[in-house]
Design a protein around this ligand. Sequence first.
Ligand code: NDP
Length: 283
Amino acid sequence: MQKVTLNNGVEMPLLGFGVWQIPDAEECEQAVYDALIAGYRLIDTAAAYENEEAVGRAIIRSGVPREEIFVTTKLWVQDAGFERAKIAFDKSLDRLQLDYIDLYLIHQPFGDIYGSWRAMEELYAQGKVKAIGVSNFQMDRLVDLICHNDIVPVVNQIETHPFYHQLESEKIMKEYNIQMESWGPLAQGKNNIFQNEILVTLANKHQKSVAQVILRWLTQRGIVVIPKSVHKERIIENFRIFDFELSQDDMDAISTLDTNTSLFPSKNNPNIVKQFANWKFDI
Ligand code: NDP
């Protein structure tokens, strides 16, 4: 598995497995188990996905040594703040049945994120987490967090897919040595992505699937990807992306698909901010 080296020296697999929207515990456990058996060594969960227990069980059941697996989980908005974040972290650790987390992310840029970040800096200093980062941070929020704290986030996990390339954000994150990680790499199937003419042409050219072309395109850009699937054959398919290479012409063809627009509700919208503040989980 190809890896990237984060700004604190920790290595992270370039390709992983995401588990959002797998609320059924058995289904989630089976999917993570299938992913680990297929060879994935990065699992991306979150307290708000309410499936950390299932991820923890799958890790144990797989028999893969803990030190070979890179586990990411995330702090939800309701637990923002110095004291709350530390409690929430311990709860995640318990649910995952782990004694450390590889990467802990602030899930959304809302609430007392500065308190959260200081708690995460403390957890990092204690060795309870190997790396700390953020998710869904637009560049102004990201730079503000960096300017007012000691530790620079290792990762920013943001929406990135063929219809939203995030080129401007990528440039700024490179300046700060922050690893870009794509969520929704397959655009969650939106916009008929799997039937897109350009992507289908490239898939046929390389005798690969559209999903494989997309994941290859992102990883060739050096972006960490964490596709989700509950189907074993797709889990395996999404893992087989390192036995072919896209040419510069192929990459240029995908460039034409960029709309520079999110496919999801804007985090700048006051109503959305309010919605996130009220979005509570039993965690
Ligand atoms: P993805 O872009 O990974 O798309 C998942 C969808 O694509 C599912 O409907 C899946 O269906 C389908 N799919 C997967 N593989 C294939 C394939 N080979 N062929 C056809 N269809 C396929 O969306 P996600 O939103 O799940 O993003 C991935 C991960 O990113 C999440 O699981 C989560 O870990 C993370 N994430 C983080 C966010 C954040 O705020 N930080 C927000 C959103 C996601 P099926 O399961 O039926 O196979």
